[in-house]
Design a protein. Structure first.
Lengths: 768, 259, 159
């Protein structure tokens, strides 16, 4: 933007600093994967399985190979027999190694049968039509409830491998994970309760629908190494995944992330990178694969569909004594994120009600089916679990004739309490009580709850839900930050965290500016290139602000020490006799100073001291942000149509680093949650084909569907977070489903237990 | 993606018609749906140079060129004045302004899409389709026919009536789950149901404007509804009488306003 | 086949296939602001102006463009900066992938209805999907941009 738009203020935390990449993005500069691909890239296309479960009996590519312009046609005969997972997780991954780049055994509709690479898209598509395949069609499992111990085995292969045996995976039972976590005697407590809500809930395999579909290009660099430029949230994981899949040393792979057009977790899975990569390895040519929207809707990494059985026990006075939750999660044909997402369904729902809770049990199964492989989607299992638990709490309130807000106020976790259902962590920062109070005030809960009928016969009603999430994966996630002092006293900051539109490049620069007492413009940010960026596990699990943010602070502390050391030397005094003052180092006694620019000049001459720092950070704990969401709906009782009138979200994400960007995260997440609840309907036919395969059939909210979304913050201070911050990215999607479901009940008397909530279900009273 | 070997910008209707007699040819109008059909044709025949995009007000009718974009009808003052703003209201939910700048009325009429908001309204207004060879055909008849190789040139919408449309949609810009259009003229109310999800049909003609709800329920019980991604036949059957009553009421209100 | 048209003020000739769409041709000509987000004319990412009207370039047959005037965001950089500042001021661009198409449609709106209300803004841009922002901040930014335009126009009149 222009000079006037620049932020000249010293420091940056708490300020609505515009994103550093905004000028480029908003003038349409070529900064995304497809914009910067080499002109001579081969076009890569995939031939997809038409069957949900089949073996390739014969495949003949001879005609396709002969077509002009075709560079290669690859089948299962051409790929390494090394299984891997596409899940972008820290090694050793919880997700089983159950894939080949191409396999004879096809496990879902869309599973790749062949890879075609040609000079042009037209040629590639024409070649694809000439591939002759004979399939042996096998019986398929499409229903997760029938998967476990079914005679049909989805992964019978000998070289299937679970790297973390404690997840309870067993390919001979179609099982990717199973387990239990408990505290106290849940059966005894439930038996002693005055009232038990006992319900089944389910959520769907929703699509992230980032505007930029999956895509990557690959090429050989000057050293003959494989360079992959990908729209990914996890560049370092992609390096490992591709090296494993191609069975080549990791030193041969380099991954670069340019600007990316949204992720929401979808790109925490290496959905497409291996296909162009193997083409480049086989042909030596640059190759690019851009998923069509249809491919992105049918062979990608949607939310794990889950069925949840909740038993919620309470006393007549409203104290919640026991929660028993069992989750059955459908991971689809492959196990990406299957063992981990399911865990959040309980671990990030039950702890909300710690205060009076005497016992809990959370048990789970994650199963293979012959459906599209699921992956990571914002909320990562918490969204599913919170729909179940929060809906049960709302139903409990109605059964007790209590205000659901009052019921919550009575039972919510308090700051300082230990949460047994959250790995025994303490809620060191928690403003959930203030979130509820503020949200009630904003929506007008006292006047509007539960419902009122308008003159036109429509019913206006409100509903509420709470949410929590984590801030990074405790004891796992790692982020490192490197800062160098450069000419004129600028700082070059390299990060491995991946800005996917969220603005983390800017947010981390704000933190650095705050720590180094300079303007945000004085911090340049570079990310991500696995050859040059410091290691970061990537941007997922709500980790960047909290985990990488702490790395920024630690790195800044170290570079300050170095600057002070050099400054003191130049000022001919001891280090404890000078002060770091942002643009200079000054003597405490007489004020004599040396500027940052002068210090930079000195260290760039004749090899004195290098002024750079690189510090890594991780966390033993994952402090939860908290949120209260309230929906106001308008229901047409004669058609069952539901329209969102207003949505209020109040979030405790600790200190708000950039109010603008935190607000956008919240507004965007709420709208995705609204879409998931009402209009986004993943549909599969009886043969396992995804019918909701486009934006025509899968309706994400347009701006005419977007109600007023109003957001406020109730900051707490997280002692382990950078400047007191916790996470914001994921929690924001969690409240709409249960809040809207209760508003619909308040308006119509129909309680929908299975998402989505459609006008048909409401009008026909279909709750099961 | 549609595939064509040749793209011909027709210089006359006769040329377009002659070229279109081959099965290997296809007419390109707005290209909104055609591009998704996966066609593989020798020849695409473009009608954009034939000046078929006008909207002309005659004494007793509006004549709309087949290539007139939906947005032109939606924003046409005369059309909306004559029919109580029905075009503006009926077309507004169709995807977005860019889409409606491109999608043409002729293609909507020719394609006879089940979900068409356009056909439902034009049927209620008892429009006529002017075909290049066959001449004028009532839309109500044309709507029942199979696709042929004649070319839609114009749509004629008789004046002296007003109309209103009601619909239910999964989201605001989705194709309708069910759409009902009603018109009021000297001959009484005429009601159309579209997106059943099969092609739109006229379900009532000459109906009294003050019919009791029972009448709409009886009408709906005679109509065939189907099930698709958006809703079941049961749901459609249940909301059809509601939409009919509302469309008739809205039509009455428009008529009253005009008086 | 060959087609000649005006692109961002310059007359150009392009070699095209009979079944190509304008989107593909524009990308080939280096107009990288033009994006594709769906294949079903639902998302609005590929919006450009054709003879002054906002159209979805993915559905415009390239052969139909002969003699027409095509404008992309590359040709409206000054306006892009103005609207861009409003959007960036709100953080409303987020990933930015939908921004060029949305901005092109805002320019069409500004021409057609510079005094648009919030409801009119939403209705006009209904065909421009965004998955990041939740739209409310974009609405505010667009309102600000339109107000700025009107103020500038009034300033000119006074001058």
């Amino acid at each position: 933007m222009s000079e006037s738009g620049k932020n000249r203020v010293i420091g940056g935390v708490g300020k609505p600093v515009p994103k550093k990449d905004a000028p480029a993005l908003l003038t349409g500069k070529p900064v995304y994967v497809a914009d910067i691909a080499p002109k001579d890239c081969l076009c890569v296309k995939l031939l997809h399985s038409p069957h949900a479960h089949a073996m390739i009996e014969e495949i003949d590519v001879s005609l396709a190979e002969k077509l002009p312009g075709v560079a290669c046609v690859l089948t299962y005969k051409d790929v390494p027999d090394v299984r891997f997972t596409q899940a972008g997780q820290t090694y050793p991954e919880f997700s089983p190694y159950d894939r080949l780049i191409l396999d004879r055994h096809l496990r879902c509709v869309g599973d790749p049968v062949a890879i075609v690479a040609a000079e042009t898209e037209k040629q590639a598509l024409a070649a694809m039509k000439l591939i002759k395949v004979k399939y042996q069609v096998l019986p398929a499992i499409l229903d997760a409830r029938q998967a476990m111990d079914n005679q049909i085995l989805i992964h019978p292969e000998e070289n299937w491998r679970a790297l973390v045996p404690s997840c309870g995976a067993d390919n001979h039972r179609n099982l990717v994970a199973c387990g239990e976590d408990a505290d106290g005697d849940v059966e005894a407590e439930l038996a002693a309760c005055d009232i038990v809500i006992d319900r089944e809930y389910s959520t769907q395999a929703n699509q992230q629908c980032m505007m930029e579909t999956f895509r990557a290009f690959s090429r050989l660099d000057a050293y003959g190494r494989l360079e992959i430029v990908s729209s990914t949230q996890v560049p370092f994981h992609v390096r490992r995944i591709i090296a494993t899949a191609l069975d080549i040393p990791k030193s041969r792979v380099r991954v670069v992330k340019p600007r990316i057009g949204g992720g929401f977790g979808a790109k925490q899975t290496a959905v497409c990178e291996q296909y162009p990569a193997i083409v480049t390895v086989k042909t030596g040519r640059s190759a690019m694969l851009i998923y069509t929207r249809e491919e992105s809707m049918t062979l990608s990494s949607p939310r794990h569909a889950m069925s949840m059985h909740v038993r919620l026990g309470a006393m007549k006075d409203g104290t919640i004594r026991a929660i028993d939750l069992h989750t059955l999660s459908n991971t689809g044909a492959y196990g990406e994120h299957g063992p981990t997402t399911v865990g959040l369904s309980g671990h990030k729902s039950i702890p909300l009600y710690t205060h009076n809770l005497k016992a809990f049990r959370f048990s789970w199964h994650t199963v293979y089916t012959n459906t599209m492989s699921a992956g990571a989607y914002r909320g990562y299992g918490a969204t599913q679990g919170l729909f179940a638990v929060e809906s049960a709490v709302n139903e409990l309130a109605h059964r007790l004739h209590m205000d659901p807000a009052a019921l919550r106020e009575k039972n919510i976790v308090r700051e300082g309490e230990v949460m047994p259902a959250y790995y025994g962590e303490t809620a060191a920062s928690c403003a959930i009580d203030r979130c509820i109070a503020h949200a009630k005030e904003m929506i007008g809960w006292a006047e509007k709850y539960p419902a009122r009928t308008l003159e036109n016969g429509h019913v206006r009603a409100v509903g509420m839900a709470l949410a929590m999430q984590g801030s990074g994966i405790s004891q796992v996630d790692t982020g490192a930050v490197m800062i160098r002092l450069g000419d004129d006293g600028i700082y070059n900051m390299s990060i491995g965290a991946t800005d996917m539109g969220t603005g983390c490049d800017t947010i981390l620069a704000q933190m650095a500016a705050q720590s180094l007492e300079c303007s945000v413009d004085n911090i340049t940010v570079h990310g991500v290139d696995t050859d040059t960026s410091p290691y970061d596990c990537g941007s997922y699990a709500s980790s960047t602000t909290y985990v990488t943010g702490m790395a920024v602070i630690k790195t800044c502390e170290e570079i300050r020490r170095k600057i002070i050391r050099v400054g003191a030397k130049l000022l001919r005094c001891r280090e404890d006799e000078v002060l770091f003052e942002g643009d200079c180092v000054a003597r405490a006694d007489d004020g004599a100073f040396v500027t940052l620019a002068e210090i930079a000049e000195k260290h760039m001459m004749c090899g004195t001291e290098d002024i750079s720092a690189c510090v890594s950070s991780g966390s033993e704990i994952s402090p939860p942000p908290f949120m209260c969401g309230c929906a106001e709906i308008d229901l047409d009782p004669l058609t069952g149509e539901i329209r969102l009138v207003d949505y209020v979200g109040v979030v405790d994400c600790g200190t708000v680093i950039n109010p603008n960007l935190a607000m956008r995260q919240t507004e965007g997440g709420i709208l995705q949650g609204i879409g998931m609840t009402l209009t986004e309907r993943p549909v599969m036919d009886h043969l396992g084909r995804t019918v909701s395969n486009s934006f025509l059939q899968y309706k994400i909210p347009a701006r005419v569907d977007a109600p007023s979304i109003r957001v406020a913050f109730e900051p707490s201070f997280e002692p382990t977070g950078p400047f007191g911050a916790k996470s914001i990215g994921e929690i924001v999607i969690n409240t709409p489903a249960p809040a809207i479901a209760d508003a619909v009940y308040n308006a119509s008397g129909v309680r929908v237990y299975h998402l989505p909530i459609t006008s048909e279900k409401v009008l026909l009273g279909e709750t099961e | 993606m549609a595939k064509y070997r040749n793209y011909v910008i027709a210089q006359s209707l006769e040329e377009a018609y002659a070229l279109n007699q081959k099965k290997s040819s296809v007419i390109v109008a707005g290209n909104m749906w055609l591009r998704m059909c996966g066609l593989n044709k020798q020849k695409a025949i473009d009608l954009s140079a034939l000046g078929l995009d006008g909207i002309v007000e005659m004494e007793d009718a509006f004549v709309v060129g087949a290539m007139a974009p939906l947005r032109a009808m939606e924003t046409h003052e005369g059309l909306n004045r004559a029919f109580g703003g029905a075009f503006k209201k009926a077309f507004a939910p169709i995807v977005g302004t860019q889409f409606r700048n491109m999608a043409t009325v002729g293609a909507s009429v020719y394609s006879r899409f089940g979900f068409s908001d356009v056909s439902a309204l034009l049927l209620a207004l008892n429009a006529e389709v002017i075909l290049y060879k066959r001449g004028a055909v009532k839309l109500a008849e044309y709507q029942k026919e199979a696709w042929d190789r004649d070319i839609v040139v114009q749509i004629r919408i008789p004046k002296g009536q007003c109309a209103a449309v009601q619909s239910v949609r999964v989201s605001a810009t989705d194709i309708p789950t069910l759409v009902c259009a009603a018109s009021k003229s000297d001959a009484g109310m005429r009601i159309v149901l579209g997106a059943r999800p099969a092609r739109a049909v006229v379900v009532a003609e000459g109906l009294a404007p003050d019919a009791p709800q029972r009448v709409y329920e009886e009408i709906a019980s005679q109509v065939t509804f189907g099930t698709n991604l958006r809703a079941s036949d049961t749901y459609r059957k249940k909301i059809a009488p509601v939409l009919m009553a509302r469309a008739v009421k809205a039509c009455q209100e428009v008529a009253a306003d005009e008086r | 086949m060959n087609v000649e048209f005006t692109l961002n003020g310059r007359k150009i000739a392009a070699e095209i296939d009979a079944d190509e769409n304008l989107y593909a041709v524009l990308r080939r000509l280096g107009m990288y602001s033009v994006k594709c987000g769906c294949e079903t004319t639902n998302c609005g990412l590929c919006t450009v102006h054709m003879n002054g009207k906002a159209v979805l370039s993915c559905a415009v047959p390239a052969a139909r463009c002969a003699g027409s005037v095509i404008t992309t965001l590359e040709g409206l950089q000054d306006e892009a900066k103005k609207l861009g500042e409003c959007l960036a001021g709100e953080g409303a661009e987020q990933c930015g992938f939908c921004a060029p198409g949305m901005m092109m449609n805002v320019f069409a709106l500004a021409k057609e209805n510079p005094c648009a209300t919030d409801e009119e803004i939403d209705a006009y841009l209904a065909g421009n999907l965004c998955r990041c922002s939740g739209y409310v901040s974009q609405r505010r930014a667009i309102r600000k941009y339109l107000a700025m335009k009107i103020e500038a126009a009034e300033g000119e009149v006074r001058a």
